[in-house]
Ligand binder design. Structure first.
Ligand code: OOG
Ligand code: MG
Length: 252
């Protein structure tokens, strides 16, 4: 069952054809859903990608309300999802992608009290549900690797104090699309670290030194359109940018 579900989601992504929710025909437990996610990550690694990091979902109440779910979840980021700052994102590789502004941490060694934070960066995450109409239950979205699709990071800086209430702007073609505060992320994005450690332990996800952690969106997500320029700014951290092209690219 786990492998069949992974195949369904994998094919939806590679053929850009949204599929039905897994929970529509089955009782999908959260443990099963994380097993599907693990299988999908394993297939990406078998195709030559490398582990890049992890992401949290629904650390913001607004975001959770937008999607109709409530618990914090974790997903996997692999090298094929990563764009360089300022790069072009080929819309042809996605189904119905959306973007959201985030804060990223680079984790160091775990000295026994959880991993140290080596650096922090502004980020934009591209999410792209493999489900029809971008609709899912909590277990569905966990199985679908928390809609992870692409990520762009701005410049790394040394970890700053007072990350708990920084302004966050998402701009499309220089026009404000969403505004928020890092306070939306669990009250303080630094809380993403113990949350990620807890979920990673529980579901057997490695967090080696160098892992990039996306703390979760600070605003609702915005649909991506070809020909636009997207920029996310976190006050005091700088910005991350990319432009969207209408090509026919491969899977990210
Ligand atoms: C799931 C991913 C949620 C976040 O930052 O909260 C997420 C989705 O909304 O499709 O990445
Ligand atoms: Mg996100």
């Amino acid at each position: 069952m786990i492998e069949d579900f992974a195949t369904r989601l994998d094919e939806a992504a590679t053929t850009r054809t949204p599929c039905a929710q897994l929970s529509a025909g089955h009782d999908l437990s959260l443990d099963d859903a994380y097993a599907v996610q693990r299988e999908l990550a394993g297939r990406r690694l078998a195709r030559g990608e490398r582990e890049y990091g992890v992401k949290l979902g629904f650390t913001s109440k607004t975001k959770a309300a937008q999607m109709g779910v409530s618990d914090v979840i974790i997903g996997r980021l692999t090298s094929g999802m990563v764009l360089a700052d300022g790069d072009e994102l080929d819309l042809g590789g996605f189904l119905h992608p959306r973007c959201e502004p985030e804060v990223a941490f680079r984790l160091g060694e775990d000295t026994g009290h959880g991993p140290v934070v080596e650096a922090v960066a502004p980020a934009v995450e591209v999410i792209d549900s493999r489900y029809r109409d971008f609709k899912f239950s909590l277990a569905d979205v966990v199985a679908d690797n928390t809609s992870a699709a692409a990520v762009v990071l701005g410049p790394w800086r040394s970890p700053a104090a007072g990350l708990d209430n920084r302004g966050v702007l998402l701009e499309v073609d220089g026009r404000l699309a969403c505004a928020g505060s890092t306070a939306a992320i669990l009250g303080d994005p630094l809380r993403a670290i113990p949350a990620a450690v807890r979920l990673a332990r529980r579901y057997g996800i490695p967090l080696p030194a160098g892992t990039v952690l996306l703390a979760g969106a600070a605003t609702p997500a915005v649909a991506l359109r070809a020909g636009t320029h997207v920029s996310a700014t976190v006050s005091g951290l700088g910005r991350a940018r990319f432009s969207v092209t209408p090509g026919q690219g491969g899977q990210r």
